[in-house]
Design a protein around this ligand. Structure first.
Ligand code: SAH
Ligand code: SF4
Ligand code: F3S
Length: 486
């Protein structure tokens, strides 16, 4: 097992939260210049790249999927683990010869790595022309135009207000069925291992009416599923008094009280019963019964919750500053099961080998997994990040070989549980939303059930965006197989 995971610190199912990079699709609306973007990291970064593409489009750029054709290359980067940053540096070095042969090309580093390293990136990576943090994308056209005149530029200003609410994202690489909608930015939690509060700034919620408008617009364009995105969606909070007083319009005046995440979910669910609503990420300390009852109330809110636990041991959770303990977490899971039933999908993130973690404490993570029975998980070993609370306060004292062995045990456990959970679906009738053909064969279609599991069915001439009733006939640890029910 150890060999298999030598070079990976994340194991995740298809279309994982944070694995490979994604590039731009081609868009040709007759603009004079071409932009190529590669996005790394979480869904929020992919969603941000769509905002970036929109800002650049207004300023004369179409997107291209061929970087050799590009006038501007952006890497929208992630800092979450050391490996994520190494990947970007390797990629930059691959662009070296291209830049030599085409010196007029502008290369920009965007996102979390830009925010973390600021000016230092220009010194360290000579081919980089612009460095722009997640709250400064409106300044990209200026910075790119200065770079074209030979002036390198950095803007890593973090805002307390910016939500890009008025920008209509250019959907990149979209399957035309599912889209992301950012509902908030930043994070006010201070998990001791995590770099996000430093790279993304303070938490702020986006105007709910602009969110509903975006969902409506997507539905009208044929989309059938939206995923509401935020680092901690359960702390979504918006009120006309607190947010953007200056932009009060009629609709907002009608809102008398604070809109929380449960209200927002309901507002989006009402756009159409044929629009599926998903959301990510829920924080165990904040997920309320009100949210769970709202999920139950609407068939089109998917019965799936990503509820990262990080560790199954209360002492480690305290050191991680997660502000809940094992008991609290298990109580929240019981509540999910009580209100939404056994069929509700639950997934998690886990970190193996956090500072001072003992073997016994590691086993607490394994036993918690046995109790919760996650459908799947994103699993990592701890990677110390400069500037975080853990880096300042604790020694990164678990040897890499032990971190990897513990991670391997967690992965093995998850794979057994995933298979066990999938077997429970066999024989059941479920509604799936078709996303396209199966990656293995054009003869098969690939859809997703409410619990976020991929279901493969024989091609019965359905098309992307169709809802289809299927009977689950078989499964592996990662996939369900079904046949159409007429
Ligand atoms: N806001 C989300 C997490 C975003 S980061 C939440 O609170 O759940 C995604 C995941 O990366 C985290 O859940 C955590 O499991 C992992 N992660 C974050 N920092 C890490 C680090 N320093 N080392 C290893 N994994 C880390
Ligand atoms: Fe990081 Fe914690 Fe915020 Fe998630 S909730 S982004 S893990 S600080
Ligand atoms: Fe990475 Fe930044 Fe997301 S650090 S995980 S891209 S918020």
């Amino acid at each position: 097992m150890e060999n298999i995971i030598k070079d990976i610190d994340i194991i995740a199912p298809e279309e994982a939260q944070a694995c490979d990079f994604k590039t731009t699709g081609d868009e040709n609306t007759g603009k004079s210049k071409k932009l190529y973007i590669e996005s790394y990291g979480c869904q929020m970064n992919f969603s941000d790249s769509e905002i970036v593409a929109s800002i650049m489009k207004e300023n004369g750029f179409d997107t291209t999927s061929d970087f050799e054709q590009a006038d501007v290359i952006f890497l929208n980067t992630c800092s979450i683990r050391e490996k994520a940053e190494q990947t970007v540096r390797k990629r930059l070095s691959q662009f070296n010869s291209l830049k030599k042969s085409k010196p007029e090309m502008t290369i920009g580093v965007l996102g979390c790595m830009a925010e973390r390293l600021k000016e230092k990136l220009l010194e360290e990576e000579k081919i980089v022309d612009v460095v722009v943090g997640p709250d400064a994308y409106r300044d990209l056209p200026n910075l790119v135009s200065s770079a074209e005149d030979g002036h390198k530029g950095v803007n890593t200003f973090l805002s307390r207000e910016e939500t890009y609410a008025d920008i209509s994202p250019v959907r990149l690489n979209s399957n035309g069925v599912s889209a992301f909608i950012s509902i908030m930015r930043g994070c006010d939690n201070m998990c001791s291992f995590c770099v996000v509060p430093f790279t993304r700034g303070r938490e702020r919620s986006r105007d709910p009416f602009s969110i509903v408008e975006e969902a409506k617009d997507l539905f009208e364009k044929g989309y059938k599923e939206v995923t509401l995105l935020g680092q901690n969606v359960d702390s979504y909070k918006w009120s006309p008094e607190e947010n953007n007083k200056a932009r009060l319009n009629k609709k907002e005046e009608e809102v008398s009280s604070v809109i929380n995440f449960a209200h927002l979910l309901e507002m989006v669910a009402k756009v159409s019963p044929k629009l599926r609503v998903r959301f990510s990420t829920s924080h165990p300390k904040d997920i309320t019964d009100e949210v769970l009852y709202t999920i139950k109330k609407y068939d089109n809110i998917c019965k799936y919750i990503h509820l990262p636990v990080q560790s199954g041991n209360s002492r480690v959770l305290e050191m991680m500053n997660r502000t809940y303990d094992r008991e609290w977490y298990l109580e929240r899971v019981s509540k999910i099961r009580e209100i939404l039933g056994e069929e509700c999908g639950i997934s998690s993130d886990m970190i193996a080998g956090f500072c001072t973690e003992t073997e016994e404490e590691h086993r607490d993570t394994l036993t918690l997994m046995d109790i919760v029975k996650y459908d799947f998980s994103y699993m990592f070993f701890y990677s110390e990040r400069p500037g975080t609370l853990a880096a300042k306060k604790y020694e990164d004292d678990i040897p890499l070989s032990i971190k990897k062995r513990r991670l391997a045990e967690i992965i093995e456990k998850q794979s057994t549980i995933s298979l066990e959970r999938n077997k429970l679906d066999v024989g059941k009738i479920q509604e799936i939303l078709i996303e396209g053909t199966s990656k293995r064969s054009e003869e098969q279609l690939r859809g997703r059930n409410s619990a976020n599991k991929v279901v493969i069915i024989p091609n019965h001439l359905f098309k992307k965006g169709d809802y289809v009733k299927v009977k689950i006939t078989d499964c592996s640890a990662a996939t369900l197989f079904g046949e159409v029910v007429y």
